[in-house]
Design a protein around this ligand. Structure first.
Ligand SMILES: [Fe+2]
Length: 148
């Protein structure tokens, strides 16, 4: 496998994780209940909108590296985050699940960043650095929304 292919493969997991977290966040946007409904409904919307946009950037970077972007069922298979759970937990458990999801995302993104650095691919490094910044911020805001 060439360095370019390795980088694209690492980006595929990042895309899969973004997709899984996007689906989870949008579903929670619809189904969250409780006294914090409005703020969580709106926070989830901000987050899923951002992830929907970043999916396009990640997929198009994979294409720029000469590899086909994953589609359909492959997206969910690539993810380390489970998006198949359709239970509706409490608002606080939703926030906790999303925090864990962002932590899993960040592990994958940091591994991909190492691979891009080894491959000498500054454009992918820049994309991943921006994604890490965005997901650390989303994780912070979610963590700060947890009841304690
Ligand atoms: Fe909505």
């Amino acid at each position: 496998m060439t360095d370019t292919t390795k980088t694209a493969e690492a980006l595929k997991r990042v895309l899969g994780d973004t997709y899984a977290l996007y689906l989870k966040t949008h579903g929670y946007h619809w189904n969250v209940e409780g006294p914090n409904f409005k703020s969580l409904h709106e926070l989830f919307e901000l987050n899923y909108t951002q992830m929907w946009q970043s999916m396009d950037e990640i997929a198009e970077r994979i294409r720029a590296l000469g590899v086909y972007a994953p589609m359909g069922a492959e997206l969910a298979q690539l993810a380390a985050i489970d998006s198949t759970d359709n239970s509706v937990p409490s608002a606080n458990a939703m926030v906790q699940n999303l925090v864990s999801g962002h932590e899993t995302f960040l592990e994958g993104a940091k591994k991909a960043l190492d691979i891009a650095q080894e491959a000498g691919d500054p454009a992918t490094e820049g994309l991943l650095a921006d994604l890490i910044t965005a997901h650390e911020k989303m994780a912070w805001m979610l963590r700060s929304s947890l009841e304690r």
